[in-house]
Design a protein around this ligand. Sequence first.
Ligand code: PGA
Length: 255
Amino acid sequence: MTHRPRVIIGNWKMHKSADEAKAFVRAFLAAFPWPAEAIVGLAVSFTLIAPVVKEATDSPLWIGAQNMNDASEGAFTGEIAGPMLKDAGASFVLLGHSERRRYYGEEDAFINRKVRQALACGIKPVLCVGETQEERSSQSTDRVLETQLTLGLSHVLPEEAEQLIVAYEPVWAIGQRESASREEIKQAHGHCRAILKELFGPAAADKIAILYGGSVSASNAKVLLGVDDVDGLLVGGASLCLENFLKIVNDSLLT
Ligand code: PGA
């Protein structure tokens, strides 16, 4: 099996001013023991990318965006293009987050075009997949993951797979007090890995990190990182607090 580095990504969603974001990054970099065997990233609002990238100059911290358009430019008022994110210094982008799917009607075909556009721009796509409570209750979890991964990654070549990250985020576990259980996560990650193998072949699929997301906290990160096939974490609420995020990142180095 390929050795995959741990990947911890904080998803700040629609939070923080530039001053708050810069202060966070400054303190994080001062406290974090680089060089470390983990990749750490922050997915921030568009307006924060450039200032935070500047603050993180010469550090290995990845700064990324939370969404982008599927076109490289054009008459799409209010949208942002991959080359603009690249220009601002983003190295990755979250795509297909359940909040985008749910509140803004994003569908798999659109998400797939974004994934391909991100790859074309040299930005790593972090494709988020996961079932709703209803889908889990009707035993459709496997089918949902299959659909979201197969359609979301359609036309992506095995040689591009290394650039990809997948995040399994059960929608019902996001923003709650408790994450999904170890067993639920193990099953879903195993299934995602099997689908990736079908899509890209075992060698290429082995290079793709699969992160878990959904109510990750400073107190459960260690346990979650110990689950089979969990290569890292996508952390929402807990990544807003420096102390919690540092604890999660430190746990990822020890587990
Ligand atoms: P949460 O969010 O950690 O606050 O549950 C995770 C996410 O939505 O990416």
